[in-house]
Ligand binder design. Structure first.
Ligand SMILES: CC(C)(COP(=O)(O)OP(=O)(O)OC[C@H]1O[C@@H](n2cnc3c(N)ncnc32)[C@H](O)[C@@H]1OP(=O)(O)O)[C@@H](O)C(=O)NCCC(=O)NCCS
Length: 182
C-alpha cells in the first residue's frame, strides 16, 4: 500500500509521514544496522543485517504493491526518524482478519511522542482496511513500548519464556499483545 505524504506537528517539530520508496533502500539499511545496535529490544544484532540494497529495494517494491501491507516512514524536521508497519498475517479465510504490527525509531527520536503519533495513524489505516485485530510481540523488559501499547488498548495475551538469549548469557521473554479493532 501507499501512504501519500502527510504533514503533522509534534512539540514544535514538523513531522512528515509517507510510505517507503525504492530509493530509500540505502537509508533503510543504514537505519536497520544502527537501531539493531542501539536497543536490545529488536530481533538481532547489527552484523545479522545481511540484506543488500537490492534486497531492501525489492522488499519496498513488494510492500508498495501489496494490498495487505504498509510501511510508514517518519521524518522529523526533514530527517529520517524510523518507521512503523503492518502486514496481514495470512490470506487464508480463517486468519485474514489479523494484522501484525511493528515499529522502531532511532534512539535520538524516541521519547517525545512520535511512536504514539505513528501507531495511531497506522492503526487508523489498519481499521479502515477492515482488520479485526492488531497483534504484536514485544520484549518483556521493554517498559516504554509496553506502556505505549497498553495506552493504545493492546493487552498482553501470552508469553514465550526465554525467547531471546543475549551475548552475556541472560534471557528475556517475549510478550504477545492484541488490540481488538471492532
Ligand atoms: C518503543 C518506541 C516505538 C516508542 O516510541 P516513542 O516515540 O519513544 O514513544 P512515545 O514518546 O510516543 O511514548 C512513550 C510512552 O512511554 C512512557 N515511557 C517512557 N519511558 C518509560 C518507561 N521506562 N516505563 C514506562 N513508560 C515509559 C512515556 O511517558 C510515554 O507515555 P505517555 O505518552 O503516556 O506519557 C520507541 O521508543 C522505539 O522505537 N524504541 C526502540 C525500538 C523498539 O523498542 N521497538 C518496539 C519493538 S516491539
Amino acid at each position: 500500500m501507499i501512504l501519500k505524504e502527510e504533514e503533522h506537528e509534534l512539540r514544535g517539530k514538523k513531522i512528515l509521514l509517507r510510505s517507503a520508496r525504492e530509493d530509500d533502500a540505502d537509508m533503510l539499511l543504514d537505519y536497520l544496522k544502527t537501531i539493531y545496535g542501539e536497543t536490545p529490544f529488536l530481533t538481532g544484532d547489527p552484523d545479522e543485517v545481511r540484506l543488500t540494497a537490492e534486497d531492501e529495494a525489492a522488499y519496498i517494491r513488494r510492500s508498495v504493491a501489496a494490498e495487505d501491507a504498509l510501511m510508514i516512514l517518519a521524518f522529523v524536521d526533514g530527517e529520517y526518524a524510523g518507521n512503523c508497519s503492518f502486514h496481514g498475517l495470512s490470506d487464508r479465510r480463517r486468519t485474514k482478519h489479523r494484522a501484525g504490527i511493528g515499529i522502531a525509531l532511532y534512539l535520538k527520536c524516541t521519547g517525545f511522542g512520535l511512536g504514539r503519533l505513528l501507531l495511531q495513524r497506522l492503526l487508523q489505516i489498519v481499521r479502515e482496511q477492515g482488520y479485526e485485530q492488531a497483534e504484536l510481540i514485544v520484549v518483556s523488559d521493554n517498559a516504554r513500548a509496553i506502556h505505549l501499547y497498553e495506552s493504545l488498548g493492546f493487552r498482553a495475551c501470552g508469553r514465550i519464556p526465554r525467547a531471546s538469549k543475549y551475548a552475556d548469557g541472560t534471557y528475556s521473554d517475549d510478550v504477545l499483545m492484541v488490540l481488538p479493532l471492532e
